[in-house]
Design a binder for this molecule. Structure first.
Ligand code: SAM
Length: 152
């Protein structure tokens, strides 16, 4: 709750970096965030077995345990404080537990700038035989944060 309040305060000063066609304004965003927080806490209380704590770059899952793995708003967004090696190790770990496809969104940092080491990282993964595609998606809140990486 405090984290959501803090984020809303910060948003007032950074709102020009965002597109407001979906949330309309900071108040509308706050409403969606509180609803998401409420729904998440409710589900965690009712079905705790669905949630497994883990800390990347390690995951407590078997090789190929999931057909599809989704990772949002973590990798690339904190590229200024998480190292290139952390990104590569984390993606390898996510791929280890994936049998079909890994999707990562978005490909930019908190200012909306494409992750500076992305091309090097993709080249490294492609050289290992992985198929990689970038797709533009219809959801764009942070300006320029509308690309998703699909790795198979
Ligand atoms: C901006 S939030 C994104 C949450 C969610 N995926 C979404 O799209 O709304 C980033 C999340 O990464 C989590 N996180 C930070 N370091 C992590 C690590 N080493 N391993 C796993 N999660 C981490 C934080 O606790 C936070 O919940």
């Amino acid at each position: 709750m405090q984290d959501t309040l803090h984020a809303m305060e910060m948003m007032e000063n950074a709102k020009d970096r965002y597109r407001w066609d979906f949330y309309e304004n900071v108040q509308g965003l706050g409403k969606h965030r509180y609803q998401a927080l409420h729904d998440c806490v409710k589900d965690m209380r009712e079905r705790p077995e669905r949630y497994i704590p883990a800390m990347l770059p390690d995951l407590p899952f078997d090789d190929g345990q999931f057909d599809l793995v989704l990772s949002a708003h973590f990798l690339f967004m904190y590229g200024d404080r998480l190292s290139y090696e952390f990104h590569l190790r984390t993606i390898r770990e996510l791929l280890r537990v994936t049998s079909d496809e890994l999707r990562i969104f978005p490909l930019v940092d908190l200012t909306g700038t494409r992750y500076e080491h992305l091309d090097r990282l993709l080249a490294e993964l492609q050289s290992e035989g992985l198929e990689i595609e970038e797709h533009i998606v219809p959801y764009e809140f942070l300006r320029n944060a509308n690309s998703m990486l699909c790795i198979r």
